[in-house]
Design a protein around this ligand. Structure first.
Ligand SMILES: [Zn+2]
Length: 114
């Protein structure tokens, strides 16, 4: 049987209390070893601008979340590829929004929540 003194103490670094996932401080998250696959300047800037929050579900992005850049006004409806027309959404929130913003079908325009 092992004695307590023989058990190695492994200390884990805790997430600092004032930190939310993807609050725009990607340096912090990078240093915590968060997976940031293919994170590009646009995504970083949008994360910062949105304070790490998805505008559709109002939840903070977590390091493992799938994120997509959305055109607030769909390009098919004349929306531009400019920052003020871009937002970062969870993939599933993007799907939800896309079915309701008129970019796929105009059938649901009247019940769009946006
Ligand atoms: Zn979301």
């Amino acid at each position: 049987m092992l004695r307590h003194s023989e058990t190695k103490i492994v200390r884990h670094t805790k997430v600092r209390g004032n930190k939310f996932p993807y609050d725009g401080d990607l340096v912090y998250w990078s240093t915590r070893g968060a997976k940031l696959p293919g994170i590009n300047t646009r995504v970083k800037n949008l994360l910062k601008k949105q304070h790490g929050v998805c505008p559709v579900c109002k939840q903070h992005f977590l390091p493992d979340d799938l994120m997509e850049i959305d055109h607030i006004i769909p390009t098919s409806l004349g929306g531009k590829d400019w920052y003020n027309n871009l937002q970062l959404l969870h993939r599933h929130c993007h799907d939800f929004k896309t079915t309701r913003d008129g970019s796929v079908s105009l059938l649901n325009v009247e019940d769009t929540p946006f």
